[in-house]
Design a protein around this ligand. Structure first.
Ligand code: 13P
Ligand code: SF4
Length: 323
């Protein structure tokens, strides 16, 4: 479902100026995910994928972090910087993937598959992170799995497509939790193939959260940051993008001469591939949130301490692996 609303330029300029003033006065920074709308990406202090955002959240000098993204991302920032105020402009900005893995069911899954190292995608609740050994993102998941001893048995949660992608890539013994993201699951193989027929020179580039048939026809598979890098280095002129369409803003900025076509979902009235949770964040809500310092992320300290261990493990492993 497409939630993006267009604001007139004087309204937009008011919010841009006020947000800049509030950021200065409050020593605040805005971290934005690539799936945010273009206007939000353009006012952010830092725009990145889930890994880069958690690295940035762990190392900055701000007193306030305003997260333009979804709740699990803001919670990760709070866990990594508990002394800071972490703001999320709309607490309803959840994630269908994180919601697909509940604490009780995951506890049972772990009990049914004992003796396995639990690697959990950052797109999960704090409770699930606290039950995990290592957190990963789509940028580092394969390298983290490969860095473990070859005979280590693994549980991967919650995304089944990313989990199966890593299983096929590494050949490791992995039990995969059956969760999915409603955006990446929805891409239509038929519509992508039709687009490819109409644009025969186009490269199909795909996020690993997409289903197997869509991954099968990809010229390149990678996290949002890896897809963006690919468009900078590759010499094609047209790309079909199978991930949330927000990333196309950065692709166009980096490659103004190239054409980017959003892969269409199976079922959508507007034909766009947007995450309705990500798109709950607006410039107006960012302004109000920064002004009132509300809504703010609060997490029980004991739970945060537990969840911090596997997140820090990911950050340490990523820096050793140079990711
Ligand atoms: P990355 O930021 O790791 O590419 O993940 C995409 C995603 O689904 C974030 O919600
Ligand atoms: Fe969650 Fe998918 Fe939206 Fe990412 S794109 S926040 S995984 S629902």
């Amino acid at each position: 479902m497409c939630n993006t609303k267009v604001m007139n330029s004087s309204g937009l300029n008011f919010y841009i100026d006020e947000i800049a003033r509030l950021k200065r006065e409050k020593n605040a920074i805005i971290l934005a995910h690539y799936y945010q709308t273009a206007d939000i990406q353009d006012i952010a202090d830092f725009v990145g994928d889930s890994l880069a955002l958690s690295q940035k959240a762990a190392a900055n000098n701000a007193d306030i972090i305003l997260f333009a993204g979804v709740k699990f991302m803001a919670e990760t920032a709070k866990i990594l910087s508990p002394e800071k105020k972490v703001l999320l402009p709309d607490m309803l900005a959840g994630c269908s993937l994180a919601d697909s893995c509940t604490e009780d069911e995951f506890k049972k899954f772990k009990e049914d598959n004992p003796g396995r190292t639990v690697i959990t995608y950052v797109n999960s609740t704090t409770e699930i992170k606290a039950m995990s050994d290592i957190i990963c993102t789509s940028s580092n998941a394969a390298k983290i799995v490969e860095s473990l001893p070859a005979d280590e048995k693994i549980i991967f949660a919650p995304d089944r497509n990313l989990g199966n992608y890593i299983l096929n890539l590494t050949g490791r013994d992995i039990k995969v939790w059956n969760g999915t993201c409603h955006v990446h699951e929805e891409f239509s193989l038929e519509a992508i193939l039709t687009l490819k027929k109409e644009n025969q020179d186009a490269k199909i580039i795909v996020h690993p959260e997409c289903e197997f048939p869509v991954r099968m026809i990809a010229d390149f598979i990678g996290s949002t940051a890896a897809l963006l890098e690919y468009t900078k280095k590759d010499d094609s002129n047209v790309y079909i993008i199978a991930t949330e369409a927000g990333i196309i803003h950065q692709m166009k900025k980096a490659n103004p001469e190239k054409t980017f076509i959003a892969a269409p979902p199976r079922d959508s009235t507007c034909g766009c591939s947007e995450c309705n949770f990500m798109k709950l964040i607006t410039i107006e809500k960012i302004y109000k949130c920064l002004l009132n310092e509300d809504p703010q992320i609060f997490i029980n300290e004991g739970l945060m301490d537990q969840a911090r261990i596997p997140i820090k493990r990911m950050l340490d492993m990523s820096s050793k692996l140079n990711i």
